[in-house]
Each structure stands twice: as C-alpha cells, then as structure tokens.
Design a binder for this molecule. Structure first.
Ligand code: PMP
Length: 350
C-alpha cells in the first residue's frame, strides 16, 4: 500500500473471492455459481437493453423493483436493488452500524461481513456457532448490535426456521436484523413475509445463485419502507446507477421466466443428494445442506490436501483454511456431469 493510503484503512484486509481461473479449464465448484446458463428470454432482455447503452439506466430501478415486488408480494417501496447483494449488505452495515452499534454475526459465516465492518470503520462481534456448526438463535437475543445472519448459512449450509429468526427480531426491537438469503431457493424458508410485520428486518437476496446471473451482479433488499429509504439515500450518495441497464433488464427477464429457474433449483437439490451420498461413501463427513453447496471434511485426509489434490486433478473447490473449519472444503453443487467428475477425481485421489 502506498504512503498516501488513508490512515483509516490501515487494518483493512480485503475479502478474497474464490478463484476465477483465466487460462485453464477446471470443473469449477468453488464459487457457488449455477451450472446452468441464464434462459434465452433473460439473455434476450439483456441484449435488447444493450441497444440503448448510450443512455443512463433508470436510477430508480422502477421496472425491476416492480417485478420483484410482484414476485415477493411486497410494495414497490419495500424493495431496493444492488450491484450484487454484496452492495446491499454493505449499505446495511453503513446504515445501521456505528460506534455503539457493532455488527454481530457468526464466527463461521460469509467472510464479507467482517470486511464491510472493517472498511466502514465500525466495530463487529462474532458469535461462535455451536459444536455442530449451527447457529443458536438464543445467542442473538437482545444482542446490542446489528445482527447479520446468512440463512442458510455459508459455508455450512445449515438453516434456521423463520420462527427462530422471528424470535431474534422480537428480542432486538432496537436493532436492525439483516437476513442474507443468498441461498434460500435451494430448500430453506424465506423470511420475506416477516418484513411486513417488523420494522427492524431487512432480507437480502441475490440473482447470482438460483437465477444464473452471477456475472450480471444483481441483488436486492426487502424491508419496511423507512429502512429501504435509508438504504436508497446511501445508494444515491454513492452511485444512483449502481445496477446497469442490461442487468436491470436481465433481472426482469429472470423473473418472467421463473419456471426455468425453479426447475434448475430442483435439479440442484436432486444432485446435492447424490453428491452428499457419494462424498459420505468416500469417507467424508458432510453436513446436511440447504444451499447449492456442501461442506465436507474427510475422516483422515486433511482439508488442504483434498483441495490441492482436487485442483491437480482439474477440480476447483473452496478451501478456507481458517479456525474451526480447516478440515473442510466447500463444494458447489454443479451439474450431474460435474458431480461425476468430482466423485471420480476423489476416488482416484483417495
Ligand atoms: N451472501 C452470501 C452468504 C454469499 O455467499 C454471497 C456470494 N458470495 C453473497 C451474499 C453475495 O452474492 P452477490 O453479491 O453475488 O449477490
């Protein structure tokens, strides 16, 4: 870092995204992307929008917000869209954390929460998962900070029921609770209906996983009107054109083609069961996952070795190597063919 870099970023350690290989072709199971392309209708919407790229996109994201509000049964003023749900989560941390309001999240969860807090210069507190790597909702009762819960959690794949999250919301009337539902479409139950009952809840979601749009960068937040207005004020103080025209259009295309994406989710759920069985057969401990990934530790082979050997064999998975989870790899549920390649590579390695 240069000597000019602001003092306030001296402790910043940026998020390390999963590898995006450049030249070599891998069976890519490391960043929880969808193995299926966006539907032709989605691509058609984006292509049509490309014809008008000489003009700025809609800073109010009106058609997209309307489509999302119809899909989720909320008002248009209850929705905001972001450049990935990462942007919405970042806005939330900026809006609702401060000197006396730390961000509160699990010790094993999505790594960006810590980075958002660090970059915003707000304190954070981590809450240990229990011995089975589950969130205990009681740990978040009246917790004195802004709660962030990934549900299902990443990288473990375990989910809470909405009733359990409702308990957290009720016991934190003076704190905002953010529920990150990046992986909810693969079997967990959404907390969006609770946003109509509680003024301190924001649910975030993404088009990157179940809707095959990771490269388009589209996420959203749903919550009470006043909360969304806060986030919008921040958004428009940074970049009112945060979701580009092609992505706004692609998002509408995705929502019009819901059946295609729902069918893909079903395929992923079926493949997840096959993959889980296959890994267990090979001696892995695999937690039941409700995400499009599984979290697996081998009984005898170290996590890092599994990662390295798989990479040598052309399969990329995600190894974090951090406290408590150094024996685990997070493996995306891909297509049936990718899963066969994974299991085949592991059979050779083991
Ligand atoms: N939340 C969780 C738990 C994630 O794993 C991810 C994807 N890395 C995101 C949010 C962000 O996804 P995106 O910015 O692509 O919407």
């Amino acid at each position: 870092m240069s000597r000019f870099f602001s003092e306030r970023y001296k402790d910043l350690s940026p998020y390390t995204p999963g590898e995006q290989p450049f030249m070599k072709k891998y069976v890519k199971l490391n960043t929880n992307e969808s193995p299926f392309p966006p539907s032709p209708l989605t691509v058609g919407y984006a292509a049509k929008a490309a014809e008008s790229l000489n003009l700025y996109c809609d800073p109010d994201q009106r058609l997209l917000r309307r489509a999302l509000s119809e899909k989720y049964g909320v008002g248009e003023k209850n929705v905001i869209c972001g450049n990935g749900s990462d942007e919405i989560l970042d806005l939330c941390v900026n809006a609702y954390c401060g000197k006396d309001k730390p961000a509160v999240f699990a010790d094993v969860t999505y790594g960006f929460y810590r980075v958002f807090a660090q970059r915003s210069g707000v304190p954070y507190r981590t809450v240990p998962l229990d011995a089975e790597l589950h969130i205990d909702p009681r740990d978040y009762a009246d917790c004195g900070g802004t709660v962030i819960i990934a549900n299902p959690n990443a990288p473990t794949g375990a989910a809470l029921y909405p009733e359990q999250i409702e308990g957290i919301i009720r016991s934190n009337p003076d704190n905002v609770v953010i529920v990150d539902e990046a992986y909810v479409d693969f079997g967990a139950e959404s907390c969006v209906p609770l946003t109509k009952l509680y003024g301190n809840l924001i649910v975030t979601g993404t088009f990157s996983k179940s809707r095959s749009l990771a490269g388009g960068r589209l996420g959203y937040g749903i919550g009470a009107e006043e909360l969304i207005a806060d986030l919008d004020a921040l958004r428009c103080s940074i970049n009112p054109y945060n979701v580009n025209a092609m992505t706004q259009a692609a998002g509408i295309g995705c929502l019009k083609d819901d059946g295609y994406y729902a069918e893909n989710c079903k395929r992923i759920v079926r493949t997840r069961a096959v993959m889980t069985d296959g890994l267990r057969r090979l001696g892995f401990r695999v937690a039941d996952s409700l995400g499009n990934f599984v979290f697996a530790a081998h009984k005898t082979v170290p996590g890092r070795t599994v990662y390295e050997k798989l990479k040598e064999n052309g399969v990329l998975v995600r190894y974090f190597g951090t406290d408590r989870i150094s024996e685990y790899n997070r493996i995306t549920v891909g297509s049936d063919g990718q899963t066969e390649a994974l299991i085949g590579a592991l059979e050779r390695i083991l």
